[in-house]
Design a binder for this molecule. Structure first.
Ligand SMILES: Cc1cc2nc3c(=O)[nH]c(=O)nc-3n(C[C@H](O)[C@H](O)[C@H](O)COP(=O)(O)OP(=O)(O)OC[C@H]3O[C@@H](n4cnc5c(N)ncnc54)[C@H](O)[C@@H]3O)c2cc1C
Length: 293
């Protein structure tokens, strides 16, 4: 398991990075934590001629939260910094929790938020809560920048809406709505550092009465080639006060939308069962949290 021969370049500023990304194009790969990239390179699935190490670029690290506006998280912010950020824990607990469940402490101190999305693995931890929270990504190149919802950036297994010469620079999270809550849960053998066989996040916003659902977003991971946003759950729950019966119907609807596969981690049949269990549990928990109970 040897790495191919490659040239290592280490820019110090965003401008230098964009120049390298633009000039080297598909011959290069960005190296953030390297916790996915180097493993894929060792399998010879990819053999880039250049690695652009962005760890010397301070502007690509950090979390800025502004009350009433939301948070901006730069691409190379390490998952451990997200896990322990007081602001992320207070305002976006689903994301702090998901970041804290990735791998081990050593992995979380190297692995970046951007790398977790750019690796485009259906089983990745943080894209699921980020999509539920309404996160947008900023993609930059020498010719400018564009912003799009994370669910439109991740197109499938190892597939991104990322043009040659572009890189992801940051995530923007809106301020959570009043009377809202977002929660995350997963099923997987974490004690063996195994990645999830199913994960899920639910975001619920209530009307001013504090009981009627105004908006709900249920997002599933590891049951589809990309984060799967349920269409049926909002159709069933918006405008309703949640009861055990409605939650059961919504969980069954999410189960029907999931399209899991059999693999070494779990069978498709088991994953479908878990979708229902997690949806039931998360809808209840998130509804209670949004009500402030
Ligand atoms: C032991 C172990 C356990 C793990 N457990 C988990 C787990 O439980 N859950 C989980 O989700 N993942 C897990 N992972 C996978 C990995 O740690 C995460 O996906 C991590 O967030 C990747 O981030 P990174 O910074 O290391 O990415 P890198 O490996 O540096 O990059 C990953 C890919 O994204 C590209 N990339 C990185 N940044 C950018 C950018 N800004 N713009 C464009 N492209 C970019 C790279 O070129 C590469 O193709 C585990 C890995 C290991 C080794």
């Amino acid at each position: 398991m040897f790495l191919n021969h490659f040239e290592y370049v280490a820019p110090n500023t965003p401008a230098e990075t964009l120049e390298l990304v633009g000039r080297l194009g598909s011959k290069a790969k960005i190296l953030a934590g390297g916790t996915d990239l180097l493993i894929v390179m060792k399998t010879k699935a990819i053999s880039p001629e250049y690695l652009i190490d962005i760890n010397g670029v301070e502007e690509f690290k950090g979390i800025v939260y502004e009350e009433g506006k939301g948070a901006v998280i730069s691409t190379n912010t390490k998952l451990a910094d997200i896990q322990y950020s007081e602001e992320i824990k207070a305002k976006y607990p689903a994301l702090a929790y998901a970041a804290g469940e990735v791998g081990s402490s050593q992995v979380r101190h190297m692995a970046s938020l951007g790398g977790n999305s750019c690796n485009a693995s259906p089983a990745a931890e943080t894209p699921t809560p980020l999509v539920a929270l309404g996160a947008k990504v900023t993609l930059e190149s020498l010719s400018g920048e564009r912003e799009l919802p994370l669910e439109e950036f991740i197109l499938g297994v190892r597939k991104l809406d990322l043009a040659e010469g572009e890189m992801l620079t940051k995530f923007t999270l809106p301020e959570p709505a009043e009377k809202s809550a977002c929660r995350y849960a997963y099923m997987g053998r974490r004690d063996t550092m195994e990645i999830d066989c199913v994960n899920m996040a639910v975001n619920i916003e209530l009307d001013s009465d504090g009981e009627t659902v105004k908006n709900v977003k249920l997002v599933m991971g590891s049951v589809y080639p990309r984060p799967l946003v349920s269409q049926e759950v909002p159709a069933l729950l918006v405008g309703q006060k949640l009861s055990e019966e409605l939650i059961e119907k919504a969980a069954a609807a999410a189960q029907g939308e999931a399209k899991p596969i059999d693999d070494i981690r779990a069978s498709a049949e088991y994953r479908r069962e878990i979708v229902k269990v997690l949806a039931r549990r998360l809808l209840k928990e998130t509804y209670q949290a949004a009500k402030g109970v």
